[in-house]
Write a protein that binds this ligand. Sequence first.
Ligand SMILES: Nc1nc2c(ncn2[C@@H]2O[C@H](COP(=O)(O)OP(=O)(O)OP(=O)(O)O)[C@@H](O)[C@H]2O)c(=O)[nH]1
Length: 184
Amino acid sequence: MPPKQRKIAIMGYRSVGKSSLSIQFVEGQFVDSYDPTIENTFVKTTKVNNQEYELKLVDTAGQDEYSILPTQYSVDVHGYVLVYSITSPKSFEIIKIIYDKVLDMSGKIKVPIVLVGNKKDLPMDRVISEGEGLKLAALWKAQFFEASAKQNECVSDIFHTMVMEIEKANGNLQEKENNSCSIS
Ligand SMILES: Nc1nc2c(ncn2[C@@H]2O[C@H](COP(=O)(O)OP(=O)(O)OP(=O)(O)O)[C@@H](O)[C@H]2O)c(=O)[nH]1
């Protein structure tokens, strides 16, 4: 069977680690420098539940409360990874605004979403508790992970779960992959 093609947009406030998560997943490395993204696309083939997928990741420019989402982010995007940093209260506020905008733009009541609290390798700087992330994800009925792009913790789980959420939304029920990262 040919790989199924799926497009995933990665969104969130500036500097939360959108590029780092994408690069860690696609290239298996972490670069400890900060280079603000304009927009980048990464492609990676991966297997989920014995099916090959060609994932196109759209690493977006960081959004803030004033950003107007380009309509291209609703065209043929199958799912959204919404990222905040556990070290940034602002990024947690902004992710709620982005969620509303994504839903508005899509015109649907539910779109496949995975919520990610990144930078969990910085416990001393933590300001957003796991419980707060979990509560927000429950409100959205979305899957939730805390992750570290730096330490490659739970990164591939994010994207595999995203694929399963997309399949679920398409009416293709999937068996849950065993994964120790999922918080519910
Ligand atoms: N400690 C730690 N630092 C991280 C992690 N992920 C990203 N960073 C750092 O945070 C900074 C921003 O990371 P980026 O991946 O560029 O963030 P971004 O969300 O793509 O930023 P924009 O392009 O401005 O939207 C960089 O200095 C990264 O090295 C992580 O999991 N842990």
